[in-house]
Design a binder for this molecule. Structure first.
Ligand code: TMP
Length: 208
């Protein structure tokens, strides 16, 4: 089935500004008359998401592989709704998705391929945008350190893993710029993606 809307997800280190930029993008697309929704992973509203949230807030402990599989399950539990939305013409702007799973879990020493395996078959996006921020700049932003992974040394490993995962199709935006400049660049990227999807694009699965 042809897909006529692009969907994309934003990735990056903690505090790179993804969430604000995703919100801005959705408002922009809606203003252009496009049906668009903001999705976030982890989706903390589900029962799996609540377990993840409590782990991230350090109120529960879980084995590294267990939490990885919960993040993956959190993506899987939303997959069919995601497909329905895309097929009905809603553009999804997704704040983190499976690349976060691999980048963060393998920063604990888990094998890359092991981390990728449970995500095989999730929907692949039209575009991945990486908001690039230095470790130091991210750490200066408000609220840093509030959750389990917001530690400089850990984020350094995550940043290295993103470099390994990165491929030529990713768009990289300098997230150290002024918020409005980041927004402008993201709009341009999204409009380009809309143009390239104009003739419809089939949905495809990840790592296939
Ligand atoms: P957030 O701050 O964007 O809500 O993300 C919460 C944390 O969860 C963040 O430190 C990244 C981490 N994370 C994973 O470790 N694996 C995943 O699959 C996802 C989606 C997020």
């Amino acid at each position: 089935m042809a897909l006529e809307v692009p969907w994309l997800f934003l990735e990056g280190l903690d505090r790179c500004g993804k969430t604000s930029q995703c919100r801005r993008l959705v408002s922009y697309l809606e203003g252009q008359g496009q049906s668009a929704e903001l999705w976030r992973f982890p989706d903390r509203s589900t029962s799996v998401g609540k377990m993840i949230s409590s782990y991230l807030l350090n109120t529960s402990q879980l084995d590294d592989r267990t939490i990885h599989l919960l993040f993956s399950a959190n993506c899987w539990e939303k997959r069919s709704l995601m497909e329905t939305k895309l097929k009905s013409g809603t553009t999804l702007i997704v704040d983190r998705y499976y690349y976060s799973g691999v980048a963060f879990s393998s920063a604990k020493g888990l094998d890359f391929e092991w981390c990728k395996a449970p995500e095989m078959g999730l929907l692949a996006p039209d575009l991945v945008v990486f908001l690039d921020i230095s470790l130091e700049k991210a750490a200066e932003r408000g609220g840093y350190g509030g959750e389990r992974y917001e530690q400089l040394e850990f984020q350094r490993k995550v940043a290295q893993n993103y470099k390994v995962l990165h491929d030529a199709s990713w768009k990289v935006v300098d997230a150290c710029q002024h918020i409005e400049d980041v927004e402008k660049q993201l709009r341009e990227i999204v409009l380009e993606s809309v143009m390239s999807c104009q003739n419809g694009k089939p949905l495809s699965n990840l790592w296939s």
